[in-house]
Design a binder for this molecule. Structure first.
Ligand code: PLP
Length: 378
C-alpha cells in the first residue's frame, strides 16, 4: 500500500516502537508507586515530559499527558471556562476539527455565547474581525494552528499576542502543526496548546496539553491527583514514552525532512496540473503545511476516485478522515465558499517523512488510471 493519508494518522516509527516495548514488558510499574518499579516508571515519565517540552519550547512542568488531541482540547476548553465562572463568551473559527467544533456547539446549548469566525476563500481569518471579536467577557479563544483538511496555517503567534494583551486565555489545537512546522511556545504567548502523538509517528491514544505556568486548570476527570492534579488517572506510560520518542525524532528530523516532504507535495501538485488541467487547489498556498494537498477534480465523484485508488493500492482521503462516511460535505470547504458539488469532488493527500518520490509518482499514475476508468481525462 502507498499510504498518503498522514493527516488521519501516521505509521509508528520503528524507533518509537522499540522505545515503548520495555514499558509493555519488564518496566510495568505505576509511576505513583513508591517502590523501585514505580520509581523507574516515574523517571521514564519525567524524562518524557522533558522531551515533549523541548519539542514545544516549553518548561517541563507545563506539560500534562492526556489520551490524545480530543482529550487535550476538551480539557483546555472546559477547564478554562470552569476557571473563570463569570465569563461565558468563546471565540473559535468555522474550520475547527470536530473535537473543538462539537464541544463549542455543546457549550452553546449549555448557555455560552460562541463567536464562529468565518474564513475567506483561502481558508484564512481576517485579523481585524478577530480583534473585534475579543471582549471583556471572553473566557477563551480556541483556534486550530494548522487545518487538518487543507493544511492552512493560522497566524497563531499574532492571534495569541492579541488575546494575551487583553488578558484572554488562548488555546491552540496544534495537533497537525506539531512535528511539521516549528511550534515554539517561547515565542508564542499561548496559554494552552494541544498535541497528539499519532500525527507524528507516535502511538494512538496519547497526547499532551501544554498549560502555561501559573494557570490553574481543573482536571475534567474526577479521580487521583496524577499530573499535579491536572489529569486524573494512571498515566499511559508506554504511550507517553512513545509520544516523547516521536517528539524527539520529529524535532531532529524537521529541518531536513519537512523541505523534502514539501518537495514531494509540490511534485504531486505539478503532476496533477499536468494530468488534470481543470484541477482546483484548496487553501492559501503561502500559508500551508508542507505535507497537505487538498484539491477538486471537477466533474469527478471523490468517493468513486477513492474506491478506485484503494483498488490500486493507494490510501488517501476525502476531506477529513473524521468526516468521511458522513453525508455532509466538509464544513471546512463549505466555510471557504466551496460549493457542495466541488467539495464532493475533493480529495486530500497528506504526505510524511516516510514517503518517497517513487510512491508519489505511482500515486499520480494510479489517480490518472482511476479517473480514466471513470471516464475522465488524466
Ligand atoms: N485536532 C486536529 C486538527 C486533528 O487533526 C485531530 C485528529 O484528527 C484532532 C484534533 C484529534 O486528535 P486525536 O485523534 O488524538 O483525538
Amino acid at each position: 500500500m502507498i499510504y498518503l493519508d498522514n493527516n488521519a494518522t501516521t505509521p509508528v516509527d520503528q524507533r518509537v516502537r522499540e522505545a515503548m516495548i520495555p514499558f509493555l514488558g519488564e518496566k510495568f510499574g505505576n509511576p505513583s508507586s513508591a517502590h523501585a518499579a514505580g520509581r523507574a516508571a516515574r523517571a521514564a515519565l519525567e524524562q518524557a515530559r522533558g522531551q515533549v517540552a523541548s519539542l514545544l519550547g516549553a518548561s517541563d512542568e507545563s506539560v500534562v499527558f492526556t489520551s490524545g488531541g480530543t482529550e487535550s482540547i476538551n480539557t483546555a476548553i472546559r477547564g478554562a471556562l470552569a476557571a473563570q465562572p463569570g465569563k461565558r463568551h468563546l471565540v473559535t473559527s468555522a474550520v475547527e476539527h470536530s473535537a473543538t467544533r462539537n464541544l463549542c456547539a455543546q457549550l452553546e446549548r449549555e448557555g455560552c455565547e460562541v463567536t464562529w469566525l468565518p474564513v475567506d476563500a483561502g481558508g484564512c481569518i481576517d485579523l481585524d474581525a478577530y480583534r473585534r471579536s475579543l471582549r471583556s467577557d471572553t473566557a477563551l479563544v480556541t483556534l486550530v494552528w494548522a487545518n487538518n483538511e487543507t493544511g492552512v496555517i493560522f497566524p497563531i503567534a499574532d492571534m495569541a499576542r492579541m488575546a494575551d494583551e487583553r488578558h484572554i486565555v488562548f488555546h491552540t489545537d496544534a495537533v497537525q502543526a506539531a512535528g511539521k512546522v516549528p511550534v515554539d511556545l517561547s515565542a508564542v504567548p499561548a496559554h494552552l496548546l494541544s498535541i497528539s502523538a499519532h500525527k507524528f509517528h507516535g502511538p494512538k491514544g496519547t497526547g499532551a496539553l501544554f498549560v502555561r505556568a501559573g494557570m490553574g486548570l481543573p482536571s475534567i476527570l474526577s479521580g487521583g491527583a496524577q499530573e499535579n492534579g491536572r489529569r486524573a488517572g494512571t498515566e499511559n506510560v508506554p504511550g507517553i514514552v512513545g509520544l516523547a520518542a516521536a517528539a524527539e525524532l520529529a524535532q531532529a528530523a524537521m529541518a531536513s525532512e519537512m523541505p523534502r516532504v514539501a518537495d514531494l507535495r509540490d511534485y504531486f501538485e505539478a503532476g496533477l496540473r499536468e494530468r488534470f488541467p481543470t484541477v482546483l487547489f484548496h487553501g492559501d498556498p503561502t500559508h500551508r503545511l508542507p505535507n497537505t494537498s487538498n484539491f477538486a477534480l471537477p466533474g469527478m465523484a471523490a468517493a468513486d476516485l477513492l474506491a478506485g485508488l484503494e483498488r490500486l493500492g493507494v490510501a488517501c482521503s476525502v476531506g477529513s478522515a473524521c468526516a468521511s462516511g458522513s453525508p455532509h460535505a466538509s464544513h471546512v470547504l463549505r466555510a471557504m465558499g466551496i460549493s457542495d458539488g466541488e467539495a464532493e469532488s475533493s480529495l486530500r493527500f497528506s504526505f510524511s517523512r516516510t514517503n518517497t518520490r517513487e510512491e508519489v509518482a505511482a500515486a499520480l499514475e494510479a489517480l490518472a488510471a482511476a479517473a480514466g476508468r471513470l471516464g475522465m481525462g488524466g
